[in-house]
Design a protein around this ligand. Structure first.
Ligand code: NAD
Ligand code: MN
Length: 362
């Protein structure tokens, strides 16, 4: 059996309750998959900062780089007042490991009056550039008319091309999974929607749009039946909230992707359900979208599903699609039955009980 070494970075708050759940599901995967796991516990976060003066110890980065195949990151608390020397460890990790994509699937639990058709889409957000290069400056306006602040929006061909290529690969994989699962999902059209505002920002977003389009026109995507669609970002928001079932894969530059992915998470109810992965070439960190939830920490009632789905995503990007599919199916079965749900979902089950129910269904 192949052994994958996984770094576990619980961080703060409920990160310490949900990351152990992620470890448990990996340990419970059927041996018939031919996979084994070893784990290494790693520090990061605000508690680590208060103890040691650094939020992301060098040892964590080095261990991930040198020993690990992938990792799971829980959540970190941010200081409530500006704190000298503190900066977000996950933002730093994305940079240090060149995790250039943030992948966020959004999937509905059950039909609702507002959204009778199943929502099953994924947002692929570029993670390294755009306005988030943080090159800002402030200066005095001429004639003493106050200050002016400006920021660089940087879009490169290289980053746009590799994020669109990843979106195309995700679309192909989703199509393959739909074909093998069959059912309602089998009819869904494989499509990547490029989101931009090139009608106004003809150079920056224009470059993103043209480069993404060229990347998606590759024969391997065309042959797999991946259609190319595009939307101006503001009308994208409108359509996404009117007809989310129409979308499959959405690819966007950093800022639009950030906004779209938080917004899309609201379509499916609890934050406790929505996973993400930070992905580079050959490395992936699974990370639930929620934060450290100080209001419920230490009570054993955090919803583990966002983390369990993030484990699935990490596995997908490590080439273990079958193991990932097992986890997704078991989670969906737990939600469909609706008997053992955590309080955020209207149930009374504890974190451990939800995890045990999902493990039983693997
Ligand atoms: P949050 O996501 O922690 O919580 C928002 C609400 O959702 C809370 O009521 C919480 O109880 C609930 N919730 C979140 N996850 C849940 C789960 N798994 N099960 C059940 N309920 C869940 O966001 P917040 O309250 O705005 O932030 C709390 C802290 O987390 C802050 O310090 C913030 O900076 C940090 N944060 C970190 C990340 C990250 O690490 N990626 C993301 C968002 C917020
Ligand atoms: Mn965000």
């Amino acid at each position: 059996a192949r052994t994958l070494r996984i770094g576990l970075i619980p961080g703060d708050g409920i990160g310490r309750e949900v990351i152990p759940a992620g470890r448990r599901i990996l340990e419970a995967l059927p041996t018939s998959l031919g996979l084994k796991f070893s784990f290494v516990d790693l520090d990061a976060g605000f508690e680590t900062f208060k103890r040691t003066g650094v939020a992301l110890p060098e040892k964590t980065v080095e261990t991930l780089k040198q020993e690990c195949d992938g990792a799971l990151f829980g959540a970190v608390s941010s200081p409530t007042t500006p704190t000298k020397g503190y900066s977000s460890p996950i933002v730093a990790l994305r940079k240090r490991l060149d995790l250039y994509a943030n992948v966020r699937p959004v999937k509905s639990v059950a039909p609702t009056p507002a959204f009778p058709d199943p929502i099953d889409l994924v947002i692929v957000r570029e993670n390294t550039e755009d306005l988030y290069v943080k090159e800002e400056r402030t200066y005095d306006a001429p004639n003493g008319q106050g200050k002016i602040a400006e920021a660089i929006k940087r879009i490169s061909e290289r980053a746009s091309s590799r994020i669109a290529t990843m979106a195309g690969e995700i679309a192909v994989r989703r199509q393959r999974v739909r074909e093998t699962t069959g059912g309602d999902a089998a009819g869904k059209k494989s499509m990547v929607t490029i989101t931009h505002k090139s009608n106004v920002l003809s150079q920056t977003d224009g470059l993103f749009r043209a480069t993404a389009r060229a990347a998606l026109e590759q024969a391997r995507f065309r042959d797999a039946g991946v259609a190319i669609d595009e939307q101006i970002v503001d009308s994208m928001v409108y359509k996404l909230f009117r007809q989310p079932a129409d979308y499959d894969v959405i690819v966007a530059p950093n800022l639009y992707g950030d906004i779209l992915s938080d917004g899309a998470a609201a379509l499916v109810g609890s934050l406790g359900l929505v996973p993400s992965a930070n992905v580079g070439d050959g490395f992936a960190i699974g990370e639930p979208c929620h934060g450290s939830a100080p209001d419920i920490q230490g009570r054993g009632i955090a919803n583990p599903i966002a983390t369990l789905r993030s484990v699935g995503l990490m596995l997908e990007f490590l080439g273990q699609e079958e193991a990932a599919a097992r986890i997704y199916k078991a989670v969906d079965a737990n939600l469909a039955e609706g008997r053992l749900l955590s309080p955020d979902m209207g149930g009374q089950a504890r974190t451990d009980e939800v995890v045990e129910d999902i493990i039983r269904r693997l």
